[in-house]
Design a protein around this ligand. Sequence first.
Ligand SMILES: Cc1cc2nc3c(=O)[nH]c(=O)nc-3n(C[C@H](O)[C@H](O)[C@H](O)COP(=O)(O)OP(=O)(O)OC[C@H]3O[C@@H](n4cnc5c(N)ncnc54)[C@H](O)[C@@H]3O)c2cc1C
Length: 475
Amino acid sequence: MTKKKIYDLIVIGTGPGGYVAAIRAAQLGLKVACVEKDARLGGVCLNVGCIPSKALLDSSEYFHLAKDHFADHGIKTGKLSLDLSTMMARKEQVVEELTDNVRKLLEGNNIRIFHGTARIVGEDRVEVAENTGSSGKENIRILGTGSIILATGSTPVQVPGLEFDGKWIITSTEALEFKEVPKHLGIVGGGYIGLELGAVWLRLGAKVTVVEMLPQIAATLDGQVSRTLDRILRKQGFEIRLNTMVSGAKISKNKVRMTLEADGKKEALSCDRLLVAVGRRPLTQNLGLEEIGVKIDSSTGHVLVDESYRTNIHTIYAIGDLIPGPMLAHKASAEGIAAAECIAGLPGEVNYDAIPAVVYTWPEVASVGLTEEQVKERNIPYCVGSYPFSGAGRARCMGEKDGFVKLIAHSKSDRILGVHIIGPRAADMIAECVLAVEFGASSEDIARTIHGHPTFAEALQEAAMAVQKCSIYAS
Ligand SMILES: Cc1cc2nc3c(=O)[nH]c(=O)nc-3n(C[C@H](O)[C@H](O)[C@H](O)COP(=O)(O)OP(=O)(O)OC[C@H]3O[C@@H](n4cnc5c(N)ncnc54)[C@H](O)[C@@H]3O)c2cc1C
C-alpha cells in the first residue's frame, strides 16, 4: 500500500461526465485526480458509444451514397467495393485521437490520472487497485480527498433468455467491431442505438430485422416523427416488427434462432448475429456504495442526488448515466460542469427542459422539449407549425426530400414548447431550437429571425411562420 495523497476532488470515471467535471473543477482552482479502470480515457462515449458509432455511420453513409446516389449527380464510380478493415481502422484512429486528446486536456489542467479500479472506502477516501500491466499484480493506493464525483456510467441491460455471449448474442460494443458484414443482423430493441447500428450494417449490405416490443420505434420521440422514421427506414430496407417480443434464442449451426411472440402467437426467426439493445443500466457495483450507505433507487439502480448532484453522503456526488435522466453524453457533461461548480461553491445547474436528443439515422432525427403527446397529456393549449424539407431549396439541391420540421408553441404565450425535426442535418439544426427554448423564445422570434438562403434551417423558419399562419411557401 502506498502513501496517502490529498486532493480536493477525485472523479471516478473519465467518460464525458467525469473528464469534463475534472477539467471544470481544475479551472476553478481545485486539486483534482481522476481514476479510470480502462486503458483508454473517454468512457463509453469515446470508446464504444457516440464516437465509433458516428464514425461508422459517416463511413457507411458515404458507401451508400456512392452505391445508390452518386449516379443521380452524374458521378460514375465504376465497380464499387467495400474494404471493411480500412473502414474499421479509420474508426479506430478517430477514437484513438479523441481519447488521446482527453489525456492531453486532463494533463494540461494538471489533473492526476490513475489507471485502476476505484472503490470508495470512506467519505473522504478512495481505494485504487492500479493496473500494473502484464505482471497481473495489483498495486493498491488509498487517496484522500475533500469530495468525490461518481461518474462510472452504465452498462447494457441483459434480457433473460438472451444472455450476451460476445459472438452471437451481442451488445453494441461487438456490433461496432464486426470483421465482416453479417448476412442478417437481428436487433432486439428499436431505440436509437439499435436503429443507428442497424443503419450502419444495412448500408453495408446486411439484411436488418428490428424487433420492438412497443407499438412504435424510438418510443420517446414525438409520435408523428417516430411514424415517419419508421416509414422511411422500411423504405430503405429495414424490416421492423412492432408489438413483438423476442422470448428466447438458441445458437445452432452458426445461426441465432430466435422465438418471437406477437398477439399470443409464437414464430421462429433466424439471423447471423443478434444485437440486444434494450437499454442500459447504471454501473454501481463494486464501488463500495452499499458499505458507505449511498442511496440507490432500488427499481432503476440510479444513484439518487439532490439539485447540486450531491448524494445523501455529503462529500459524494454523482453525474451522467449513473443518475436519472436521459443517458446522453451532453447531459453527462452538463452535469459534470454543474457538479464541479457546486463543489467549488458556485450555483451550477442544468436545464433539463433544454436537452437535445438526436438519432443519427439518415435522415437524422433531432428534438428538444415536449412532444405533441406530452403537451396533450398535460392539457397545455398549443399550436403546431410544420414545414416539409421537400419545400426547402437546399434540401432539394441535396436530393433530400424526406422529413419535416414540427414546432409546438403555447397557444396563448407563443412560447416554444418543443421542436421535432426529421430530415437532413437535423442534428445540427436542433442547436438553434435548444437556444430558443433556453432563452424562452416564441415561435414569432424564430419566424422573424432571418435565416440564410438556401439552408436547411429555412424549414425551421417556415415551420415557425406556419404557427403564425404566415408561412410564405406552404401551400
Ligand atoms: C453505441 C452507443 C452510441 C451512443 N451514442 C450517443 C450519441 O450519439 N450521443 C449521446 O449523447 N450519447 C450517446 N451514447 C450514450 C453516451 O455514450 C453515454 O450517455 C455517456 O457516455 C455517459 O457518460 P458518463 O460519463 O456518465 O459515463 P461513461 O461514458 O460510461 O464513462 C464511465 C467511465 O467510468 C469508468 N469506470 C467505471 N467503473 C469504474 C471504477 N470502479 N473505477 C474506475 N473507473 C470506472 C468506465 O471505464 C468508463 O470509462 C451512446 C451510447 C452507446 C452505447
